[in-house]
Design a protein around this ligand. Sequence first.
Ligand SMILES: [Zn+2]
Ligand SMILES: [Zn+2]
Length: 275
Amino acid sequence: MGKLREKASSVRGDIPVDDQSFEALLDLLEVQDRLKSEYAGTLDKLDLQAAKEAVESGRPASTAVGLWLSEGEMGSAVKAIAELLLKRVPGEAASVQAIVDAWGSGRLKLAEVAKHMLAGEVSEADNLADEAGVDAAAMKTLVAWSLQPAYTALSERLIGEVDLSGWRAGRCPVCGSFARLGFVDRGGGSHLKCQFCGTEWSYPQGKCPFCGNDDPQLVTVIDAGKGKPFKLSVCHVCASYWKIVDERMVEGEVPRALYDVWTLMLDIAADRLLG
Ligand SMILES: [Zn+2]
Ligand SMILES: [Zn+2]
C-alpha cells in the first residue's frame, strides 16, 4: 500500500481535488486495502463453485453469493471507514458519528442495508436509515465503501479460476456493476475495469458498456488533450459516458487501482457536457 500512496503522489497533478480531499482519498484506499486482506479470510464461507458457474453462464458472481458478511464484519468495516472520515472530513462528522452510534445501539442493521443495496433496493435501504434516524446518503456511502473491499477480495479469488473470455456484457462479471472505466493495454487490447471491485475483462473499444451501442456515428470520443492518456466516450443512444486510459501513452507505471481517481477530470468534463 505504501507503493500505491507513492504512485498516487506521482499523478497528483492530474487529479483536480484539494489537498485535504486527496489525503482523505489516500487514507480511504489504505483502509480499504487493509479490509480487503481481512475479508479474504471470510471467502471460505462461500460456495465459490456456484460463483464460477454463475459467471460462466452469463450471470455476475454476486447473484450466486449475495452478501456473506456478518453484521459484526459489516459493522467493524463501517467503523474503520467512519474513523478516517471523522478525522479527515470534519464537515461530515455529525452524520458519520450518528451512523456509528445507531449501529452500536442496535438501531441500525448494516448487513440488512447492504443486502438491499446489493439487490438494488434503494428505497428499502433509505427506509432503514429513516427508522434509525441517520442520514441515508452518508449511510449508503459508508456501506458501499465497506462492501467494495469485500468484492475486491472476491474478485481476486475468482480471477484466474474463472474463464471470463465468454463475458460479453458491460457490467461486471463479479459484482454486477456497470463499468464506466476502461483501458487499452500496451498491446492494443481493449478492456473494462470495474470501479467497484476492480475486475477487468475484454470489451470492444467504442462499444457503450451501458446499452451495447457500437455504431461509431453514435459514439463521440473526446481526447483529454495535452498529452494525457485519457479519452472520454459519450453514447448518443443512452446518454451515458465512460472513461478510457490508453496505457500505450502512459509513461512509467500507474497501478490500475488508481485509474478511476486518476481520470476524475473526465467525470467533471462529462458532468459539464451531459448536464
Ligand atoms: Zn465489480
Ligand atoms: Zn449507450
